[in-house]
Write a protein that binds this ligand. Sequence first.
Ligand code: SAM
Length: 285
Amino acid sequence: FDTARFGQHILTNPLVAQGIVDKANLKPTDIVLEVGPGTGNLTVRILAACRKVVAVEMDPRMAAEVQKRVLGKPEQKKLEVMIGDFVKADLPYFDVCISNTPYQISSPLVFKLLSHRPIPRCAVLMFQREFALRLVASAGSKLWGRLAANVQLYARVEHIMKVGKGNFRPPPQVESSVVRIMPRDPPPPVKFEEFDGLNRVIFSRMNKTVRANFKAKGVAELIERNYKTWCAENGHMIEDGFDIREKIDTILLDSGYADNRAAKMDVDDLLKLLAAFNVEGIHFA
Ligand code: SAM
Protein backbone atom coordinates (compact mmCIF):
# COMPACT_ATOMS: atom_id res chain seq x y z
CA PHE A 1 0.00 0.00 0.00
CA ASP A 2 1.04 3.56 -0.69
CA THR A 3 0.99 4.49 3.00
CA ALA A 4 2.43 7.98 2.57
CA ARG A 5 -0.05 9.18 -0.01
CA PHE A 6 -3.16 8.06 1.87
CA GLY A 7 -1.77 8.33 5.41
CA GLN A 8 -2.44 4.67 5.99
CA HIS A 9 -1.59 3.83 9.58
CA ILE A 10 -3.76 0.91 10.56
CA LEU A 11 -5.00 0.86 14.15
CA THR A 12 -3.89 -2.54 15.39
CA ASN A 13 -4.71 -2.39 19.11
CA PRO A 14 -8.16 -3.98 19.53
CA LEU A 15 -8.69 -2.36 22.93
CA VAL A 16 -8.21 1.11 21.46
CA ALA A 17 -10.50 0.28 18.51
CA GLN A 18 -13.24 -0.96 20.86
CA GLY A 19 -12.68 2.03 23.16
CA ILE A 20 -13.30 4.44 20.28
CA VAL A 21 -16.52 2.71 19.27
CA ASP A 22 -17.75 2.53 22.88
CA LYS A 23 -17.24 6.28 23.31
CA ALA A 24 -19.73 6.94 20.49
CA ASN A 25 -22.57 5.46 22.61
CA LEU A 26 -24.15 3.93 19.51
CA LYS A 27 -27.80 2.93 19.41
CA PRO A 28 -28.92 -0.14 17.42
CA THR A 29 -30.90 2.22 15.16
CA ASP A 30 -27.95 4.49 14.29
CA ILE A 31 -26.50 5.11 10.87
CA VAL A 32 -22.77 5.69 11.24
CA LEU A 33 -20.46 7.51 8.86
CA GLU A 34 -16.91 6.19 8.90
CA VAL A 35 -14.19 8.13 7.12
CA GLY A 36 -11.26 6.06 5.85
CA PRO A 37 -12.16 2.54 7.07
CA GLY A 38 -8.86 1.08 5.84
CA THR A 39 -8.85 -2.65 6.47
CA GLY A 40 -11.91 -2.33 8.70
CA ASN A 41 -10.62 -2.69 12.26
CA LEU A 42 -13.05 -0.04 13.46
CA THR A 43 -15.71 -0.89 10.88
CA VAL A 44 -16.45 -4.41 12.16
CA ARG A 45 -16.87 -3.10 15.70
CA ILE A 46 -19.13 -0.26 14.56
CA LEU A 47 -21.23 -2.71 12.49
CA ALA A 48 -21.80 -4.81 15.60
CA ALA A 49 -23.42 -1.86 17.38
CA CYS A 50 -25.55 -0.04 14.83
CA ARG A 51 -28.04 -0.36 11.97
CA LYS A 52 -25.82 0.69 9.09
CA VAL A 53 -22.34 1.97 8.28
CA VAL A 54 -21.55 4.23 5.35
CA ALA A 55 -17.78 4.17 4.88
CA VAL A 56 -16.02 6.70 2.63
CA GLU A 57 -12.67 5.35 1.45
CA MET A 58 -10.38 6.97 -1.09
CA ASP A 59 -8.15 3.96 -1.80
CA PRO A 60 -10.01 1.35 -3.88
CA ARG A 61 -7.74 -1.42 -2.56
CA MET A 62 -8.73 -0.57 1.01
CA ALA A 63 -12.39 -0.37 -0.01
CA ALA A 64 -12.09 -3.94 -1.37
CA GLU A 65 -10.33 -5.04 1.82
CA VAL A 66 -13.05 -3.84 4.17
CA GLN A 67 -15.77 -5.34 1.98
CA LYS A 68 -13.95 -8.68 1.89
CA ARG A 69 -13.97 -8.68 5.65
CA VAL A 70 -17.78 -8.87 5.90
CA LEU A 71 -18.31 -10.99 2.75
CA GLY A 72 -21.01 -13.61 3.28
CA LYS A 73 -21.66 -12.41 6.85
CA PRO A 74 -24.89 -10.78 8.06
CA GLU A 75 -22.97 -7.49 8.39
CA GLN A 76 -22.41 -7.36 4.65
CA LYS A 77 -25.91 -5.95 4.14
CA LYS A 78 -25.28 -3.25 6.76
CA LEU A 79 -22.12 -1.89 5.11
CA GLU A 80 -22.12 0.60 2.25
CA VAL A 81 -18.74 1.68 0.90
CA MET A 82 -18.38 4.92 -1.04
CA ILE A 83 -15.12 5.15 -2.95
CA GLY A 84 -13.77 8.69 -3.12
CA ASP A 85 -12.31 11.63 -1.29
CA PHE A 86 -14.30 12.43 1.85
CA VAL A 87 -13.51 16.14 1.52
CA LYS A 88 -15.32 16.30 -1.82
CA ALA A 89 -18.02 13.69 -1.14
CA ASP A 90 -21.73 14.43 -0.90
CA LEU A 91 -22.54 12.91 2.45
CA PRO A 92 -25.69 10.91 3.08
CA TYR A 93 -27.72 11.07 6.31
CA PHE A 94 -25.86 9.84 9.41
CA ASP A 95 -26.36 10.02 13.17
CA VAL A 96 -22.78 9.59 14.32
CA CYS A 97 -19.34 9.82 12.72
CA ILE A 98 -16.40 7.67 13.75
CA SER A 99 -13.05 7.97 12.08
CA ASN A 100 -9.35 7.37 12.15
CA THR A 101 -8.35 9.34 9.07
CA PRO A 102 -5.06 10.81 7.87
CA TYR A 103 -4.14 13.91 9.80
CA GLN A 104 -3.82 16.09 6.70
CA ILE A 105 -7.60 16.30 6.50
CA SER A 106 -8.26 16.98 10.22
CA SER A 107 -9.47 20.54 9.81
CA PRO A 108 -11.69 19.99 6.74
CA LEU A 109 -13.11 16.89 8.45
CA VAL A 110 -14.17 18.79 11.57
CA PHE A 111 -15.73 21.70 9.69
CA LYS A 112 -17.46 19.47 7.17
CA LEU A 113 -19.07 17.51 10.02
CA LEU A 114 -20.12 20.69 11.85
CA SER A 115 -21.77 22.16 8.76
CA HIS A 116 -23.59 18.91 7.89
CA ARG A 117 -27.40 18.96 8.12
CA PRO A 118 -29.23 17.44 9.84
CA ILE A 119 -26.72 17.93 12.65
CA PRO A 120 -25.07 14.66 13.68
CA ARG A 121 -25.42 13.61 17.33
CA CYS A 122 -21.73 13.12 17.91
CA ALA A 123 -18.37 12.43 16.30
CA VAL A 124 -15.52 10.39 17.75
CA LEU A 125 -12.34 11.15 15.84
CA MET A 126 -8.64 10.31 15.98
CA PHE A 127 -6.25 13.24 15.54
CA GLN A 128 -2.63 14.11 15.90
CA ARG A 129 -2.19 14.91 19.63
CA GLU A 130 -1.29 18.56 19.01
CA PHE A 131 -4.40 19.16 16.87
CA ALA A 132 -6.60 17.42 19.46
CA LEU A 133 -5.24 19.62 22.23
CA ARG A 134 -5.80 22.74 20.14
CA LEU A 135 -9.44 21.67 19.62
CA VAL A 136 -10.22 21.18 23.30
CA ALA A 137 -8.20 24.17 24.59
CA SER A 138 -10.02 26.70 26.76
CA ALA A 139 -9.70 30.49 26.59
CA GLY A 140 -6.53 31.76 28.25
CA SER A 141 -4.67 28.46 27.88
CA LYS A 142 -1.59 28.04 25.71
CA LEU A 143 -3.32 26.31 22.78
CA TRP A 144 -6.44 28.48 22.73
CA GLY A 145 -6.98 30.24 19.41
CA ARG A 146 -8.98 30.52 16.24
CA LEU A 147 -9.43 26.75 15.77
CA ALA A 148 -10.80 26.14 19.27
CA ALA A 149 -13.03 29.21 19.14
CA ASN A 150 -14.50 28.31 15.75
CA VAL A 151 -15.20 24.70 16.75
CA GLN A 152 -16.43 25.41 20.26
CA LEU A 153 -18.94 27.91 18.91
CA TYR A 154 -20.74 24.94 17.36
CA ALA A 155 -19.85 22.02 19.61
CA ARG A 156 -18.69 20.75 22.96
CA VAL A 157 -15.34 19.02 22.50
CA GLU A 158 -13.71 16.53 24.88
CA HIS A 159 -10.38 14.75 24.93
CA ILE A 160 -11.20 11.04 25.27
CA MET A 161 -7.88 9.19 25.25
CA LYS A 162 -4.25 9.38 24.28
CA VAL A 163 -3.10 6.85 21.69
CA GLY A 164 0.62 6.20 21.33
CA LYS A 165 2.42 5.54 18.03
CA GLY A 166 2.85 1.86 18.89
CA ASN A 167 -0.87 1.19 18.39
CA PHE A 168 -0.59 1.62 14.61
CA ARG A 169 1.06 -0.27 11.71
CA PRO A 170 3.20 1.28 10.42
CA PRO A 171 3.64 3.62 13.38
CA PRO A 172 3.09 7.30 12.52
CA GLN A 173 5.67 10.03 13.30
CA VAL A 174 3.43 11.70 15.86
CA GLU A 175 1.38 10.87 18.95
CA SER A 176 -2.40 10.72 18.60
CA SER A 177 -5.52 11.44 20.64
CA VAL A 178 -9.18 10.59 20.35
CA VAL A 179 -11.62 13.48 20.66
CA ARG A 180 -15.41 13.50 20.99
CA ILE A 181 -17.35 16.33 19.38
CA MET A 182 -20.96 16.93 20.46
CA PRO A 183 -22.53 19.54 18.13
CA ARG A 184 -24.90 22.05 19.72
CA ASP A 185 -28.40 21.51 18.42
CA PRO A 186 -29.85 23.94 17.48
CA PRO A 187 -26.63 25.65 16.38
CA PRO A 188 -26.03 29.26 17.48
CA PRO A 189 -27.56 31.68 14.96
CA VAL A 190 -24.21 33.09 13.84
CA LYS A 191 -22.75 32.91 10.36
CA PHE A 192 -19.52 30.94 10.43
CA GLU A 193 -17.71 33.23 7.97
CA GLU A 194 -18.60 36.23 10.11
CA PHE A 195 -17.41 34.67 13.39
CA ASP A 196 -14.25 33.34 11.73
CA GLY A 197 -13.62 36.75 10.15
CA LEU A 198 -13.64 38.37 13.59
CA ASN A 199 -11.43 35.57 14.96
CA ARG A 200 -8.86 36.13 12.21
CA VAL A 201 -8.49 39.70 13.49
CA ILE A 202 -8.61 38.93 17.22
CA PHE A 203 -6.22 35.96 17.17
CA SER A 204 -3.68 37.31 14.67
CA ARG A 205 -1.38 38.14 17.58
CA MET A 206 -2.40 36.29 20.71
CA ASN A 207 -0.52 38.41 23.23
CA LYS A 208 -1.71 41.78 21.98
CA THR A 209 -4.86 43.58 23.05
CA VAL A 210 -8.02 43.45 20.98
CA ARG A 211 -7.52 47.10 20.03
CA ALA A 212 -3.92 46.51 18.87
CA ASN A 213 -5.03 43.64 16.64
CA PHE A 214 -7.67 45.85 15.04
CA LYS A 215 -4.90 48.35 14.26
CA ALA A 216 -2.91 45.70 12.33
CA LYS A 217 -2.19 46.35 8.66
CA GLY A 218 -5.12 45.80 6.33
CA VAL A 219 -7.79 45.27 9.01
CA ALA A 220 -9.42 48.71 8.86
CA GLU A 221 -9.37 48.58 5.04
CA LEU A 222 -11.12 45.20 5.00
CA ILE A 223 -13.76 46.35 7.46
CA GLU A 224 -14.32 49.57 5.50
CA ARG A 225 -14.87 47.62 2.28
CA ASN A 226 -17.44 45.38 3.99
CA TYR A 227 -19.08 48.42 5.59
CA LYS A 228 -19.46 50.22 2.26
CA THR A 229 -21.04 47.12 0.73
CA TRP A 230 -23.42 46.87 3.69
CA CYS A 231 -24.35 50.57 3.40
CA ALA A 232 -25.01 50.22 -0.33
CA GLU A 233 -27.18 47.14 0.20
CA ASN A 234 -29.14 48.75 3.03
CA GLY A 235 -29.56 52.23 1.52
CA HIS A 236 -27.50 53.74 4.31
CA MET A 237 -25.78 57.08 3.57
CA ILE A 238 -22.14 57.37 4.63
CA GLU A 239 -21.71 60.66 6.51
CA ASP A 240 -19.15 63.29 5.46
CA GLY A 241 -15.84 62.95 7.25
CA PHE A 242 -16.64 59.32 8.11
CA ASP A 243 -13.57 57.59 9.52
CA ILE A 244 -13.67 53.81 9.86
CA ARG A 245 -10.78 53.81 12.35
CA GLU A 246 -12.70 56.13 14.68
CA LYS A 247 -15.82 54.01 14.34
CA ILE A 248 -13.90 50.81 15.17
CA ASP A 249 -12.31 52.47 18.19
CA THR A 250 -15.66 53.72 19.50
CA ILE A 251 -17.24 50.27 19.17
CA LEU A 252 -14.29 48.60 20.88
CA LEU A 253 -14.35 51.09 23.78
CA ASP A 254 -18.13 50.92 24.21
CA SER A 255 -18.03 47.12 24.16
CA GLY A 256 -15.52 47.14 27.01
CA TYR A 257 -13.18 44.75 25.16
CA ALA A 258 -10.63 47.24 23.74
CA ASP A 259 -7.95 46.44 26.30
CA ASN A 260 -8.63 42.72 26.71
CA ARG A 261 -5.87 40.31 25.72
CA ALA A 262 -6.74 38.33 22.60
CA ALA A 263 -5.57 35.13 24.33
CA LYS A 264 -8.29 35.48 27.00
CA MET A 265 -11.28 36.17 24.72
CA ASP A 266 -13.66 33.20 25.08
CA VAL A 267 -16.52 32.23 22.75
CA ASP A 268 -18.99 34.29 24.77
CA ASP A 269 -16.78 37.41 24.65
CA LEU A 270 -16.29 36.93 20.91
CA LEU A 271 -20.04 36.65 20.32
CA LYS A 272 -20.71 39.82 22.33
CA LEU A 273 -18.03 41.73 20.47
CA LEU A 274 -19.34 40.49 17.12
CA ALA A 275 -22.85 41.62 18.05
CA ALA A 276 -21.51 45.07 19.01
CA PHE A 277 -20.02 45.44 15.53
CA ASN A 278 -23.01 43.97 13.71
CA VAL A 279 -25.54 46.40 15.24
CA GLU A 280 -23.42 49.20 13.76
CA GLY A 281 -23.55 47.56 10.34
CA ILE A 282 -19.96 46.32 10.55
CA HIS A 283 -19.34 42.84 9.23
CA PHE A 284 -16.34 40.56 8.92
CA ALA A 285 -17.35 38.56 5.90
N1 SAM B 1 -9.61 3.52 9.88
C1 SAM B 1 -8.57 2.53 9.63
C2 SAM B 1 -7.94 2.08 10.92
O1 SAM B 1 -8.23 2.72 11.94
O2 SAM B 1 -7.20 1.13 10.96
C3 SAM B 1 -7.52 3.09 8.67
C4 SAM B 1 -6.79 4.29 9.16
S1 SAM B 1 -5.68 5.04 8.04
C5 SAM B 1 -4.91 6.21 9.17
C6 SAM B 1 -6.61 6.18 7.06
C7 SAM B 1 -7.52 5.62 5.98
O3 SAM B 1 -8.17 6.71 5.34
C8 SAM B 1 -6.80 4.87 4.88
O4 SAM B 1 -7.53 3.71 4.59
C9 SAM B 1 -6.82 5.83 3.69
O5 SAM B 1 -6.81 5.18 2.44
C10 SAM B 1 -8.10 6.59 3.92
N2 SAM B 1 -8.13 7.96 3.37
C11 SAM B 1 -7.11 8.82 3.25
N3 SAM B 1 -7.51 10.01 2.79
C12 SAM B 1 -8.85 9.91 2.61
C13 SAM B 1 -9.86 10.80 2.12
N4 SAM B 1 -9.55 12.06 1.77
N5 SAM B 1 -11.12 10.36 2.02
C14 SAM B 1 -11.44 9.09 2.39
N6 SAM B 1 -10.53 8.20 2.85
C15 SAM B 1 -9.25 8.59 2.96
